[in-house]
Design a protein around this ligand. Structure first.
Ligand SMILES: [Zn+2]
Ligand SMILES: [Zn+2]
Length: 137
């Protein structure tokens, strides 16, 4: 039997044009549990799109965000000036000014929760996520 290796497989698992997409947050949770430092913010399209990239497994995780909340752990207890900037605005500023400083600090996909942290301003962001998708580029 010549060229058994070269036989074209009838079942194409990977579409050559469209990269595979997986719904659900299992992949992201797995990345977070095994190598959370490899997750970084790839792209932010507010109000509802956040893209995380895993440099360890080269997966792209796309989140559909329902809402963004922010808090600043240090500083005084006096509330920040309300109403000036929304959490989404602040997150957008972080991603513009120092995107590399934004990392994933916590996550629980079963709770639709992803927590980001900006190492530059030490601000924490809580994302309420309505959908998780993972792309294999
Ligand atoms: Zn990963
Ligand atoms: Zn920041």
């Amino acid at each position: 039997m010549p060229g058994a290796e070269a036989m074209p497989t009838s079942r194409v698992l990977r579409d050559p044009v469209m990269s595979p997409t997986y719904g659900g947050g299992a992949f992201l949770q797995q990345c977070f549990s095994s190598h959370r430092l490899s997750l970084s913010l790839r792209k932010l399209v507010l109000p509802e799109r956040v893209m995380l990239r895993c440099s360890a497994c080269h997966l792209l995780h796309r989140l559909t965000v329902r809402s963004v909340a922010t808090k600043r752990p240090t500083q005084t207890q006096t509330a920040e000036v309300p109403g000036t900037q929304s959490a989404a605005d602040l997150l957008a500023q972080c991603s513009t000014a120092h995107q590399a400083a934004l990392g994933v600090r916590d996550m629980d996909v079963s709770q639709d929760f992803v927590g980001l942290r900006c190492a530059e301003c030490r601000r924490m962001y809580d994302l309420d996520v309505s959908a998780f998708e993972t792309h294999q580029p």
